[in-house]
Design a protein around this ligand. Structure first.
Ligand code: CA
Length: 417
């Protein structure tokens, strides 16, 4: 009797399993979703299949788990080298060569075929503990005449560490970096090895946008909400490290005039929209609270007063609020977290359906996010290169309609036709 019951159990379980497995993947994913608003795009179920970490509800429809989309153009993704060591930032020189930082304090020039140049030194003593090190890089818009490169890095003193911006000149033969000069420090120094933020991009007027983090401590977290310090901010500075002339908090007592926007946790992705010139950013949130934000002058992005995430212990952040007057809502958020990092807009017509789409490296998510944004609204999300199982740290647009992406394990991918 017992045996019979057991057999029945086995048979029923197998039937149930067979019935369940396809039910998870099909037919939801296979079938396009009706969406008359954008008839030119085929939408599918959202790419995120896992339950959210929090019970917080989005402020508007489509703020998270937007429809899935799929690239229909045939493209390739090729590992062109795996010889980098903890690369962090990538930008493209006017000759098409790739300038890549390594966290321990080296710059490498890599040919588009993957040939890696020698480690170029010339940086001050860098604090490469934890999340610190030589971090992002931005090529001067006038590089062909001034040969200047701009970097973010973490510096150390007896008071702790700080996110900083520096610049140096790359020799004509691309082998020597000279006259490194620190032009900005996001003070105060604090004894932590985390949340340096640290992306840097030029805007269309030739000023630098720089992101910083809250320094990963309850002691400094609230610094993101006050304007008397450089933590948890988007800064806008000249190439000499001075506040940009139309910054919102110029000449106010106890305000850091370099601040452009505030209330951010650890912004590791910045990109200028190719059509509007707007600054888009992603903020690495707490558990379940990663954000995409269109950054506007003087605005407060809410951290740590509002957030869609929770502490890693599962406790709410502060009062557990996700909305508050006077604080900006993210344009999009990810729960569970994907840990978004470097990002770029695709600016070519080589893959027409990608034009003006946003591509974001995901660390924890181990994929590249493709977002379609129309009129500043995210309308579709795709995951690329999921099969590589890499932590994608940064991504840049090549000169011939291809993307280059670096991973924490030292790989450089070329993605394109
Ligand atoms: Ca926010």
């Amino acid at each position: 009797m017992k045996t019979r019951r057991y057999l029945l159990f086995v048979v029923l379980s197998s039937l149930l399993l067979t019935a369940c497995v396809p039910a998870i993947q099909d037919p939801i994913d296979k079938d396009p979703i009706d969406n008359p608003k954008y008839p030119e795009i085929v939408f599918y179920a959202p790419v995120e299949k896992n339950p959210p970490n929090t019970n917080l509800l989005p402020a508007f429809e489509g703020q998270t788990r937007i429809h899935g989309i799929r690239t229909t153009t045939n493209y390739t993704s090729t590992m062109i080298t795996n010889q980098l060591t903890e690369p962090w930032g990538i930008d493209v020189l006017p000759n098409g060569d790739l300038a890549i930082t390594e966290k321990s304090g080296s710059l490498r020039i890599v040919k588009p075929d993957g040939t890696v140049g020698p480690a170029i030194k010339g940086f001050p003593a860098i604090n490469a503990n934890g999340q610190g090190g030589l971090l992002d890089i931005a090529v001067s818009p006038n590089f062909e005449t001034d040969r200047m490169l701009y970097f973010t890095l973490s510096l150390r003193s007896s008071l702790g560490s700080v996110s900083a911006v520096g610049k140096a000149r790359l020799s004509e033969d691309q082998s020597v970096l000279s006259n490194f000069e620190v032009i900005y420090e996001a003070t105060p120094y604090f004894n932590s090895t985390g949340h340096y933020g640290s992306r840097i991009v030029f805007d269309k007027e030739g000023y630098l946008f720089v992101s910083t983090g809250d320094r990963q401590s309850l002691q400094t977290r609230n610094n993101a909400q006050s304007l008397d310090n450089g933590h948890g901010k988007i800064l806008r500075i000249t190439t000499d490290g001075q506040p940009a002339p139309d910054n919102p908090f110029l000449n106010q007592t106890n305000h850091h005039s370099e601040i452009y926007a505030y209330g951010l946790r650890n912004t590791q992705g910045l990109a200028i929209h190719p059509l509007t010139g707007d600054l888009w950013s992603n903020d690495m949130g707490p558990q379940g609270g990663d954000e995409l934000n269109l950054i506007e002058s003087s605005k407060n992005y809410g951290w740590p007063i509002i957030s869609y995430g929770e502490e890693y212990t599962g406790q709410p952040i502060g009062e557990g609020l996700s909305q508050k007057d006077g604080m900006e809502q993210p344009d999009y958020y990810w729960d569970p977290s994907i840990a978004p990092s470097g990002m770029t807009f695709y600016t070519s017509k080589v893959i027409p359906e990608w034009e003006n789409n946003l591509f974001i490296g995901a660390l924890r998510g181990s994929h590249i996010v493709r977002l379609v944004i129309k009129d500043n609204i995210v309308i579709g999300e795709e995951r690329l290169l999921e099969d590589k199982r890499q932590r994608f740290r940064d991504i840049a647009m090549g000169l011939n309609g291809e993307l280059y992406a670096i991973t924490d394990s030292g790989i450089l991918y070329r993605i394109g036709k």
